[in-house]
Design a protein around this ligand. Structure first.
Ligand code: SF4
Ligand code: SF4
Length: 244
């Protein structure tokens, strides 16, 4: 049986791309989002249009990392349409069964799949900022969503976006970068090597600019994987006092 993640929130407009890729990273074979009928939102926000837009972006991201975008489905179902809901879920389940376990039909082994999903998860905060204007666009003609995100622009997100990594050998735990980070993505303390939480980082580069040149502890990485963080128990810096 395929594993399907049903994300249950008050409004589909609150579904974040991070939820979707986290579900895949946690081993779900498919993600289903069911929203209120378009044009019949209970609120003025019409969050279901936001969800539709976000799903198109996520499908492009899935394509980019080699995942079949059919694994992500959004449908509009009213509370009175129980039979329709059951039929859709049955259909989605069958489709996922045909696709097989996540990564398998795409020819990705476990390590490749994990690394690609980690890469997307790490970029999501940045993508949400970069694509904010597009994510807010709404079209009454649903066909218009298909051309909203091009393959080229998604490719650029992956190849031209820099990630930042603190080299534990060089970090002097001076705490300057942590104070500059606008999203508190850097953990560390006095005498403790600092570490960037790649999932929270929005890639603004402020830490890179702030790290004193004499330390040069922050690397800017483009198109290459970010090394894993140094284990917690190895983060204390031992300072040797010079005598005399
Ligand atoms: S790049 Fe920006 S968001 Fe990321 S850790 Fe550095 S200061 Fe924080
Ligand atoms: S500014 Fe540089 S040396 Fe100071 S804590 Fe951050 S990474 Fe380490």
């Amino acid at each position: 049986m395929p594993y399907i993640r049903i994300i249950r929130l008050m409004c589909t407009g609150r579904v974040d791309p991070a939820f979707i890729f986290r579900a895949f990273a946690n081993g779900q074979d498919g993600v289903f989002i069911g929203g209120c009928l378009l044009g019949e939102c209970h609120y003025i926000t019409e969050g279901n249009y936001d969800a539709l837009n976000m799903v198109h972006l996520c499908k492009r991201l899935m394509e980019h990392i080699g995942l079949d975008p059919r694994r992500l489905r959004i449908e509009w179902i009213s509370a009175a349409e129980g039979i329709k809901f059951a039929e859709i879920m049955d259909d989605f389940g069958k489709e996922l069964k045909e696709l097989g376990p996540l990564g398998e039909s795409e020819g990705l082994d476990t390590d490749e799949l994990r690394s690609k999903l980690d890469e997307v998860k790490g970029l999501i905060p940045y993508i949400k900022i970069q694509k904010r204007e597009k994510l807010e666009m709404r079209f009454k003609n649903l066909e218009d969503y298909n051309d909203l995100y091009t393959r080229d622009e998604i490719e650029k997100l992956f190849t031209e976006t820099a990630s930042f990594y603190i080299d534990p050998e060089k970090c002097q735990a001076c705490m300057i970068c942590g104070k500059r980070c606008p999203v508190e993505a850097i953990s560390g303390a006095k005498n403790k090597i600092h570490v960037i939480d790649q999932e929270a980082c929005i890639k603004c580069g402020s830490c890179y600019e702030a790290c004193p040149p004499r330390f040069g502890a922050i690397d800017k990485l483009c198109g290459e994987p970010v090394p894993p963080p140094i284990p917690e128990e190895q983060r204390m810096r031992v300072r040797v006092r010079s005598r005399g």
